[in-house]
Design a protein around this ligand. Structure first.
Ligand code: ADP
Length: 382
């Protein structure tokens, strides 16, 4: 057995060489990785001067690394974003920041910046992710959306104006026909006037719904507060909605505890009453229509119940009929007409008044709409 003496200093030198080789390989790997990244990686000193850059800097921004090293990072920030970048640096913020850098040809390019400051406060490493493409899409979408909103508002204003223009002569037609009704006429003439009056009422209702719908679309639905006598309003709405000829029993009641004068928006309440009553009459051929106005148990809201014994609404359609332009099915449009706007507007108006609307219905048996509106009572005089 040989007795070889190991030279410790020789082993030590060998280990050092191996370690150095391993380190060099790791360093090259790391450098290649950083160089090949599509994102910009940079190192900055305690003054925010650039001391290292990867290839992406030149590829994306068009400046050679040599002309950028030792320059202040702020020299490359787009003038519009300089103030916010100063705040960002001053605040030692390390959250993501969106900012524009100036390309060598003058274009501004959007980036998402994230930084990792050194523990000793001697600068840090920054990563710039190019988000220019997303930002351009985002701004194009924003412009398109704004244009669409503008066009929609213009259209809604036009429709609102047109509906108003249609309503005015229609009121004249209805009024004239009503006056004609009070004159001496043959049975045949009376029948023709009835037909004219019924059609003009229907048209008035549709025009009113379109008017309110376009006002709502244009964000112009506002609530007014006036003193109003609910009982006479209800009576009047019933009078308008009831067709001259029908085979229905009409039951109407208003409970004694309803204050004589309440504060509310008469046009909106009237519109709700007319829509629900017109539907009840429209979809009921025999039986009864009941209109019941009462106070809620806690006396803070008024309940308006409109009940009919008509065709009813299938369970699976009871939610969607409150959507605009929705009817139960195409056969309804053919048989009864209508635009599918009444209930959507009614729900909107009720909501605007701070209330709620509920529907209970059974196909073939009838429907009941319940509207609950918070009560604003006339302040008692001292
Ligand atoms: P329309 O002007 O078409 O009547 P509405 O929004 O007022 O529009 O009503 C939507 C649909 O809901 C109607 O087409 C009808 O199918 C159904 N509906 C509304 N009220 C009643 C009712 N009282 N009885 C049966 N169906 C009704």
């Amino acid at each position: 057995m040989s007795n070889t003496k190991i030279d410790v200093s020789e082993v030590d030198a060998l280990v050092r060489i191996r370690l150095f080789e391993a380190l060099t390989v790791a360093n090259i790997r790391y450098k290649t990785l950083v160089e090949r990244l599509h994102d910009i990686v940079f190192r900055y000193d305690d003054e925010w001067c650039i001391i290292f850059l990867n290839q992406a800097w030149e590829t994306i921004l068009g400046y050679a690394s040599t002309e950028s090293i030792n320059k202040h990072f702020m020299d490359f920030v787009d003038p519009e974003d300089k103030p916010s970048m100063v705040d960002y640096i001053d605040a030692n913020d390390t959250t993501y920041k969106e900012l524009r850098l100036s390309h060598s040809d003058g274009r501004a390019i959007w980036f998402e910046l994230s930084i990792e400051p050194d523990d000793e406060g001697n600068g840090g490493v920054g990563l710039l992710h190019n988000i220019d493409h997303h930002k351009n899409i985002e701004s194009a979408l924003r412009i398109t959306r704004d244009l669409a909103i503008e066009a929609m508002e213009e259209k809604s204003n036009f429709v609102a104006n047109m509906s108003h223009e249609i309503c005015t002569p229609l009121n004249g037609i209805s009024g004239g026909l009503q006056l004609l009704q009070t004159t001496d006429m043959t049975e045949e003439q009376r029948e023709y006037v009835e037909i004219g009056l019924k059609s003009s009422k229907q048209l008035q209702n549709i025009a009113n719904n379109i008017l309110e719908h376009s006002k709502a679309e244009a964000g112009q639905l506002t609530l007014e507060a006036h003193e109003l006598a609910l009982a006479s309003m209800v009576e009047n709405a019933l009078l308008i909605a009831t067709p001259a000829q029908h085979n229905l029993q009409v039951i109407s009641s208003i409970s004694d505890d309803i204050p004589q004068i309440i504060i509310g928006d008469p046009t909106k309440i009237n519109h709700v009453l007319l829509n629900l009553l017109s539907n009840a009459f429209k979809f009921t051929e025999e039986g009864s229509i009941t209109l019941k106005i009462g106070m809620d148990a806690d006396a803070h809201q008024i309940n308006i119940i409109v009940k009919d014994t008509g065709i009813g609404i299938p369970a699976d359609r009871q939610e969607t009929i409150f959507d605009s332009f929705t009817q139960v099915d195409a056969s309804i449009t053919r048989k009864y007409g209508g635009a599918g706007l009444g209930l959507a507007i009614t729900k909107r108006l009720v909501k605007l008044m701070g209330g709620q609307i509920f529907l209970a219905s059974k196909e073939g048996l009838g429907s009941q709409f319940t509207v609950k509106i918070p009560l604003a009572q006339k302040a008692s005089q001292a």
